[in-house]
Design a protein around this ligand. Structure first.
Ligand code: 6J7
Length: 476
């Protein structure tokens, strides 16, 4: 009987139209009714069913959302379910303070919609300094729960914002112990101030403040010059000079814009810094960090291939760069030895962000891009791709560094794509590729993106903890 009722639930919502004469109470008795009122009434059982269903739908929504946030992907279903039970959805309007620096705090927040600005009051000027912007999937408020109850920064809603709020007890029992949460390191205010001072310095410069010392490279896009500051000759940079005409002819406007925004915002030791851009009537100029070790590609070409240790070192640099970019919701999409520059200490850094895109967490994108030999099967098949396409290309890079050429090649891109679609298991690995290296490459180059290492529940840590990286400390 109960089951039948549940099955026919939408029709069984027993509603009745009632016409009621309401009386109004006053201190000295019942007043005459204001108007005739028409009501829809729902009986207790239907009401409870609706409430239960709504609750279940919300619960599932929260579970799906939590699963999409990298930090919480290591939690068990049971813990996620408990979290979804205790979370309270709270809405904030544009400009509203969600957290105020110095106030006492008892709650932890996960953003499910909108953006917030995190600011901190500068001790000297007492002005708020913008530390960072956070969006959907980001979280905050852990510091007061770990330390002395006091909020260490302001968090202010930009537009309308929805947060899922968790109380202190649930935070402590369910997520406080997560490594990401307990060891969250921030680009602290000091570093932020350093970048701001740096920005102010570079903003004050003009093109005429530089001398050209040498040409680092020339291509169809334009050229890259090694430049120095006239006022401080020890300060050298790489100035990429792009022909505006070429950008328009090759429809690169969007790519250049993405490159500029993503690189300018990337403060990672494994990503080439972009300090500022200039323009004149003919050219765009990108003032970048000079990496005088040149392209990894040139060294690979001269040496033929690298040994296990060298490959591990360069691969480790790329893993760090990807960990940084992916944590910001950015996919890179153009990994290859040509796009890795070596700095004066020999570290490899990613450059050329023309195909990079901010997609956010657990979102996909569909633009076909990349270098044929490095393109993941889901890109070829136009199934939509995400950060896992970068991990595919990491496997290809490892193979190319170890052997001198990528595993999937053909006389033209179409043939290369056909070979890629046959899969990594069709490739015979040369003997010099060690068992552990081959194992990692195969795990990175799984056809199915959801089975790829780097894209599983422990994220990039699975790669860093793989046997091939054992004993690697980034200084070999
Ligand atoms: Br997000 C974020 N970035 C920072 C930062 O650079 N410094 C500090 N102190 N806090 C930062 N936050 C978050 C962090 O979760 O802002 C929250 C303010 O409240 C802070 O936790 P809280 O001190 O509880």
């Amino acid at each position: 009987m109960g089951k039948r009722e549940r099955e026919t639930y939408p029709c069984a919502v027993a509603m009745a139209t009632l016409t009621v004469l309401f009386g109004r109470l006053s201190s000295d008795g019942l007043l005459p009714p204001l108007t005739h009122v028409k009501l829809w009434a729902i009986d207790r059982q239907c009401f409870q069913t609706i409430m239960m269903r709504t609750g279940l739908i919300k619960h599932n929504e929260y579970m799906d959302f939590l699963k999409s946030v990298p930090t919480f992907q290591s939690l068990t279903e049971e813990t996620l379910s408990k979290l979804a039970d205790v979370m309270e959805e709270t809405h904030y309007d544009d400009g509203e303070f969600i957290i105020r620096q110095g106030a006492r705090g008892d709650t932890f927040f996960i953003i499910s919609k909108g953006m917030v600005n995190v600011t901190q009051t500068d001790p000297s000027s007492q002005e708020p300094v913008l530390l960072r912007e956070l969006g959907r999937g980001d979280w905050f408020g852990e510091r007061a729960l770990q330390g002395e109850d006091v909020r260490t920064a302001n968090v202010v809603a930009v537009d309308s914002v929805t947060c899922l709020v968790i109380d202190r007890d649930s935070f402590k029992h369910l997520i406080g112990g997560l490594e990401d949460v307990s060891n969250k390191g921030y680009e602290d205010a000091e570093l932020k101030a350093k970048y701001e001072a740096e920005n102010a310095f570079f903003s004050s410069l003009k093109l005429t403040d530089f001398n050209i010392i040498d040409t680092l490279g020339v291509g169809g896009f334009g050229r890259v010059e090694l430049v120095q500051l006239k006022s401080e000759e020890a300060k050298t940079f790489a100035m990429k000079i792009l022909k505006k005409r070429h950008i328009v002819d090759t429809r690169q406007q969007e790519h250049i814009r993405a490159e500029k925004h993503i690189m300018a915002d990337a403060h990672c030791d494994f990503v080439v810094r972009l300090y500022r851009t200039f323009k004149d009537s003919k050219y765009l100029y990108m003032l970048m960090e000079a990496c005088l070790g040149g392209e990894l590609w040139t060294i690979l070409r001269d040496r033929g291939s690298f040994d296990d240790t060298t490959t591990r070192f360069y691969t480790g640099c790329v893993v760090e760069a990807f960990a940084y970019l992916h944590a910001k919701g950015i996919i890179y999409r153009d990994l290859k030895p040509e796009n890795l520059l070596l700095d004066s200490h020999g570290y490899a850094k990613l450059v050329d962000f023309g195909f990079a895109k901010k997609i956010g967490y657990c979102k996909k994108t569909w633009t076909f891009c990349g270098t044929p030999e490095y393109v993941a099967p889901e890109i070829i098949l136009n199934k939509g791709h995400d950060v896992s396409a970068d991990y595919w290309s990491l496997g290809i890079l490892m193979y190319e560094l170890l052997t001198g050429s990528p595993p999937f090649t053909g006389p033209d891109p179409m043939k290369t794509y056909n070979v890629i679609l046959r899969g990594i298991d069709m490739i015979e690995f040369p003997k010099k590729v060690t068992k552990n290296a081959a194992n990692l490459i195969k795990k990175l180059c799984r056809d199915n993106p959801i089975e790829r290492l780097g894209n599983l529940k422990n994220g990039v840590k699975d790669i860093q903890k793989h046997k091939w990286f054992e004993g690697f400390n980034g200084k070999d």
